[in-house]
Ligand binder design. Structure first.
Ligand SMILES: *[C@@H]1O[C@H](CO)[C@@H](O)[C@H](O)[C@H]1NC(C)=O
Ligand SMILES: *[C@@H]1O[C@H](CO)[C@@H](O)[C@H](O)[C@H]1NC(C)=O
Ligand SMILES: *[C@@H]1O[C@H](CO)[C@@H](O)[C@H](O)[C@H]1NC(C)=O
Ligand SMILES: *[C@@H]1O[C@H](CO)[C@@H](O)[C@H](O)[C@H]1NC(C)=O
Ligand SMILES: *[C@@H]1O[C@H](CO)[C@@H](O)[C@H](O)[C@H]1NC(C)=O
Ligand SMILES: *[C@@H]1O[C@H](CO)[C@@H](O)[C@H](O)[C@H]1NC(C)=O
Ligand SMILES: *[C@@H]1O[C@H](CO)[C@@H](O)[C@H](O)[C@H]1NC(C)=O
Length: 769
């Protein structure tokens, strides 16, 4: 994460300037709310702090935030020793240093992407206007057409939020679409100094100067806007997945970074404001901290207890074990492609056409000489160093008026940056050899395109055989119905879950590659300095709001479903058209449009549930799941007990006194919509309970795809239901006959009544037989 690293270096130096160099910003988390009002909470927090710091005045000075609406706690500038003393106090669940979370666009990779409008989201418009989605992000550009409120009725009565005014944000900037807006910066400033010191454009209000929050909010619930595009690319109707849903905006991220203490305050407010779904496209950098040292996990836990599902991005770290936001009470969303490409091809002087991809609206008139950057090194620079097109490595005389061929040094290279450097030294175009990220849409300041290895070889051949090689780069064309699709995006973070290895993460995948949505016109950093109202970017940041939107639609149709039921519906439902595949023991949810199992970009490598969880989200099927794996917060407590939460941590989590059941309920029996066992020693029986969510009588029959080396039987294999709400428990017996050699083996269990297909992936690590 290049950007993130640059920022943390900045942060460090500001921390030295701004606070006492020995204090750090800590979150003191105290669990369930047990005080009647906020003033009482604040007074009690000051008393507790004073007992450590020595005076009430000192306590008041140190305190940054007080959390008292949905859960209890505060944040404060403390010395490590003071933090340690607080952690020993009986009423405190955990004390952790406020960490910096990162937005899950590929922004930090400088990755940018698209989604055309709602072509993948055929929903009945405005039937969902009773639902409120809380978006915790970088704010909103309220004037965007995507946030117009024509056709929407009054603000739902249940909403208790506010439209907080501030810099270039008045109460007139809220309407019946954007019904609330708040912003949080105390934590960020306490650690980093004033926002002004960063030298970036920003607004001290919920107004978005980054674009990210506008993009994610409009992807969830943007109104329908016809004929939008990014400079002609991806032209079509823009719409959120739940175009009638209302948006409550919680701006807690500044300059791509989200401070834990600010996030926690946003969760506290959102949970008590009456939102139905929380969407958050940010998370901790890997490794994921334990849940009670992590703001998003804590905030989402209390939201879950109040019936609110949190949908969160899995992260863009792209490697095994890097998935973020993996708590079992969060819906964790991976990113995959749609069947669309932005092709910006290169035509060589010999008429050969190389397939290139980028978000390139610029036309290069005619042919130009082409030069590899490695042959244009500035004096004293090695040819290899020059090939990466970094600043001050190229010889302007050699590249002037030419198309420059650059290569990627590391996957985190700033692509746009390279185009700026080529332009600065007089180049007219750029061909970037970028085999890993070739599918991710980037934007450039000159005509430029990305090519893969095969094209690079062809280019090499041409350059080697031609004395005066020439080429031209075509502006991007939007090509639809490409195959295969979906593919897992190269950056999408993967399981296994490093905190709760029995829970398969991510949970699902949704479109997150090259997504078109509304943008902040002042956010030109990501758009090669062009001011745009709609932009194409990529990341699990973009897939998360797709899932949040479907959750909102389900909530609107079924207002009384629990967050676990909504999540189960999202995860298990397989489209009915796939009944044939069900019989063949595969499921459309994990198949691409060539009827093969979804592969991973860029080279089509094989995948597992650790890439996509239960598979690709299906917005239509999810509305009618047939069966649901439900659970509540007491099941979560049992799960935390079985995975080793300390009595001290658990004590204050719920309002009542909590004791772990004895014997503990095995963590693999937590009624999750997927099944995982991280160390299977011989035979084990796993239990699941399904709730019937259909009206009529029905009979579901099980079908199993066994993981390699394990016999699997289901009992009973047939479940009869007479009415809605009926629960039945079944048992799955795993009998391993081959050790899986330290890695997981995968299978699935699928129930069908002929009208619904309800599928759960299985992941087992067989350590002994
Ligand atoms: C935490 O639990 C302890 C012991 O049960 C109790 O005294 C204390 O008030 C609780 N703290 C909060 C914030 O509810
Ligand atoms: C969409 O907008 C473009 C450019 O503004 C215009 O040329 C085109 O005719 C419009 N298409 C439709 C269907 O309105
Ligand atoms: C780009 O080149 C590839 C390979 O020659 C070709 O299949 C594709 O149709 C071209 N795309 C466009 C938009 O011309
Ligand atoms: C090449 O780049 C590396 C890494 O940035 C640097 O350490 C080295 O000094 C550079 N070599 C030259 C000759 O510029
Ligand atoms: C390259 O470095 C020079 C100073 O050496 C600076 O003025 C210029 O802005 C840099 N260019 C880019 C694109 O960062
Ligand atoms: C298997 O054995 C390991 C090590 O003895 C233990 O940690 C684990 O909990 C066992 N797993 C099951 C499913 O019993
Ligand atoms: C088991 O894993 C080890 C190390 O990953 C590997 O060297 C060995 O070949 C594997 N054995 C089998 C039977 O797959």
């Amino acid at each position: 994460m290049k950007l993130a690293i640059t920022f943390s270096v900045l942060l460090l130096s500001f921390a030295l300037v701004y606070g006492d160099s020995k204090t750090k910003h800590y979150v003191v988390y105290m669990g369930e709310h047990s005080h009647p009002n906020l003033n009482a909470v604040i007074a009690a927090n000051h008393d507790l702090l004073a007992s450590i710091i020595g005076s009430i005045d000192g306590a008041k000075q140190a305190a940054v935030y007080h959390y008292g609406k949905s859960f209890r706690g505060f944040s404060a500038m403390l010395m490590p020793e003071q933090a340690r003393k607080l952690a020993e106090r009986e009423e405190v669940v955990s004390v952790f240093e406020s960490k910096t979370n990162i937005l899950h666009t590929t922004h930090s990779w400088d990755f940018l992407g698209v989604s055309s409008s709602g072509e993948s989201y055929p929903m009945a418009p405005y039937s969902d206007s009773n639902v409120i989605v809380g978006s915790i992000d970088t704010g909103v550009w309220p004037e965007s057409e995507s946030f117009r409120d024509e056709g929407l009725g009054p603000v739902p009565k249940k909403f208790k939020g506010e439209c907080v005014t501030g810099d270039k944000f008045t109460s007139a900037n809220c309407n019946r679409k954007t019904i609330g807006a708040r912003y949080y910066l105390k934590g960020f400033e306490a650690e980093n100094g004033p926002l002004e010191s960063f030298g970036n454009v920003f607004f001290r209000s919920a107004r978005d100067s980054d674009g990210h929050g506008t993009h994610t909010a409009s992807t969830v619930a943007g109104s329908i806007v016809s004929n939008v595009s990014l400079s002609g690319m991806a032209r079509g109707n823009a719409r959120g997945g739940a175009p009638g849903a209302r948006l409550a905006i919680y701006k807690a991220c500044w300059f791509n970074l989200c401070n834990d203490a600010d996030l926690l305050s946003a969760f506290d407010d959102a949970t008590s404001d009456g939102v139905d779904i929380i969407s958050i496209s940010a998370g901790p950098s890997p490794p994921q901290p334990i849940y009670f040292n992590d703001a998003i996990s804590i905030g989402a836990y209390h939201a879950f207890k109040r019936g609110i599902l949190t949908s969160a991005s899995a992260g863009n770290s792209g490697l095994p074990g890097t998935a973020a936001n993996v708590a079992p009470w969060i819906l964790t969303v991976a990113a995959s492609s749609v069947d669309r490409e932005f092709q910006s091809n290169v035509t060589l002087g010999n008429s050969k056409v190389l397939k290139g991809k980028s978000l390139n609206p610029l036309k290069l008139e005619g042919f130009y000489s082409i030069i590899p950057a490695s042959l244009a090194a500035a004096s004293g620079v090695t040819s290899q160093n020059a090939s990466f097109c970094k600043n001050n490595t190229l010889n302007p005389t050699l590249v002037k008026g030419k198309i420059v061929v650059c290569t990627i040094e590391t996957v985190t290279d700033g692509r746009t940056e390279k185009s700026k450097i080529v332009k600065q030294v007089g180049g007219v175009g750029m061909i970037l050899i970028d085999p890993v990220a070739v599918d991710v849409g980037f934007q450039f300041v000159i005509p430029a395109t990305l090519i893969g290895l095969q094209e690079a070889q062809e280019l090499q051949g041409y350059l080697g055989s031609e004395k005066n090689p020439i080429a031209t780069i075509a502006p991007s064309e939007t090509v639809l119905h490409t195959k295969p699709a979906p593919e897992m995006a190269v950056f999408s973070s993967m399981g296994p879950n490093i905190i709760s290895s029995e829970i398969i993460k991510p949970d699902i995948t949704a479109p997150g590659l090259n997504i078109l949505a509304a943008w902040s016109p002042v956010a030109t950093e990501a758009t090669a300095l062009r001011s745009v109202d709609y932009n194409i970017i990529s990341g699990t940041s973009m897939s998360c709001p797709h899932a949040s939107a479907v959750a909102a639609i389900i909530k609107s149709r079924h207002p009384y479903w629990s967050p676990a039921a909504i999540k189960s519906a999202l995860m298990t439902t397989v489209p009915l058209t796939s009944i044939v595949f069900y019989l063949l023991r595969t499921a459309a949810k994990v198949l691409d449009n060539t009827k093969n199992i979804i592969v991973r970009e860029p080279s089509g490598s094989t995948t597992s549930p650790f890439d996509y969880g239960s598979g690709q989200i299906d917005p239509i099927a999810a509305l009618d799941p047939g069966l649901v794996y439900d659970h509540d917060s007491s099941d979560i407590i049992n799960f935390l007990c079985s995975t080793g939460a300390t009595p001290a941590q658990l004590r204050n989590l719920t309002g009542e006194l909590v004791t772990c059941k004895s014997p503990l309920i095995p963590s693999y029996n937590f009624n999750y919509p997927s099944i995982g066992i991280s160390s299977l020693n011989g035979s084990v029986s796993v239990y699941r309970t399904v709730t019937h969510y259909g009206n009529s009588q029905s009979v579901f029959i099980a079908s199993v795809k066994s993981p390699a080396g394990v016999y699997v039987t289901v009992a009973p294999y047939m479940l009869k239901f007479n009415g809605v709400g009926e629960k039945q428990t079944y048992r799955v017996d795993f009998k391993p006959f081959k050790d899986s050699n330290g890695s997981f083996v995968f299978g699935s269990i699928t129930w069908s009544d002929g009208r619904h297909v309800v599928r759960s992936p299985i992941a087992l690590n067989v350590v002994s037989i």
